[in-house]
Ligand binder design. Structure first.
Ligand SMILES: Nc1ncnc2c1ncn2[C@@H]1O[C@H](COP(=O)(O)OP(=O)(O)OP(=O)(O)O)[C@@H](O)[C@H]1O
Length: 260
């Protein structure tokens, strides 16, 4: 399936001289087309840097990042980013936020209206098309942001702690909505989170990063039976085992941080 992300011997250094910070070193990781992969790691280990490098917002210092074998050269509509703070345009309605990328791409009006409506319906925001962001809850804002990104049909969704600002019930409902959308649309997802439970619940694989400078520490494959309800999944022994494994690996890194 399309949407394979290959990261090879990646290094990212910010600044020069006394300001020099090596954020990522020697990171090699591959996300298959259509896979849901999460990245967890201690604060400052380079998770957002990694995501912005894949997005093409930042240049690599050395190494390569390719999508389906083609080295990335800046941002592109094959990759869509969803941020924690929604990044909506406050002066645009829900509908106008979702059509934004399509307008930029020169999609004709009727076509962009029908595409926007399709994704607004998909995130359960029908009826809210004419509202402005300030009239929406945090969960609704994030659903608008998701619809806006989905509207230009990227193969790859890059999500930077998208549910980090939401309370637990909202978080859970958006996680389930995202899983449904991922199942329907067959996107590749690279999902950054601090939350081990969230990573295990959502992902097929979880990469744990070392603390500064960040690199791949371990990768956990998550083979959960997802046919049951959320309650059945999160109370299963398998879920607890996966959570423990990821938590222990992450905890080793945060312990290092404390003792340094
Ligand atoms: N624009 C920048 N200029 C200089 N250093 C930066 C810049 N952005 C990030 N860094 C540094 O790079 C390292 C990785 O930062 P990054 O934000 O990618 O980590 P993170 O794992 O996403 O952190 P958090 O979990 O706290 O959001 C940190 O040491 C940070 O201070």
């Amino acid at each position: 399936m399309d949407g394979r992300v290959s990261i090879s011997e990646l290094e990212k250094v910010y600044g020069e001289g006394a300001e020099r910070t090596k954020a990522i070193e020697d990171l090699t990781f591959e996300v298959d087309g259509g896979e849901f992969a999460s990245v967890v790691g201690p604060s400052g280990c380079g998770k957002s840097t990694l995501l912005y490098l894949i997005a093409g917002f930042l240049d690599v210092t050395s190494g390569t990042i390719s999508v389906d074998g083609n080295p990335i050269q800046g941002p592109g509509t094959d990759r869509g980013v969803v941020f924690q703070n929604y990044a909506l345009f406050p002066w645009r309605t829900v509908f106008e936020n979702v059509t934004y990328g399509l307008e930029e791409d020169g999609v004709p009006k009727e076509e962009r209206q029908s595409i926007a409506q399709q994704y607004i319906d998909m995130v359960d925001l029908s009826g809210f098309e004419d509202k402005y962001p300030k009239e929406l809850s945090g969960g609704m804002k994030q659903r608008v942001a998701l619809a806006r990104t989905l509207a230009y049909e990227p193969k790859i969704l890059l999500m930077d702690e998208p549910f980090g600002a939401l309370d637990q019930p909202l978080r859970e409902s958006l996680q389930d909505q995202l899983l449904d959308i991922w199942g329907d649309l067959e996107k590749t997802v690279v999902f950054i989170t601090h939350d081990v439970e969230e990573a295990v619940y959502l992902s097929e694989r979880v990469m744990i990063m070392t603390r500064h400078p960040g690199t791949k520490k371990t990768v956990s494959e998550i083979n959960l039976d997802r046919s049951g309800s959320r309650e059945e999944i999160v109370t299963s022994d398998a879920f607890a085992d996966y959570k423990n494994t990821v938590w222990k690996s992450l905890h080793e890194e945060t312990q290092t941080e404390v003792t340094l």
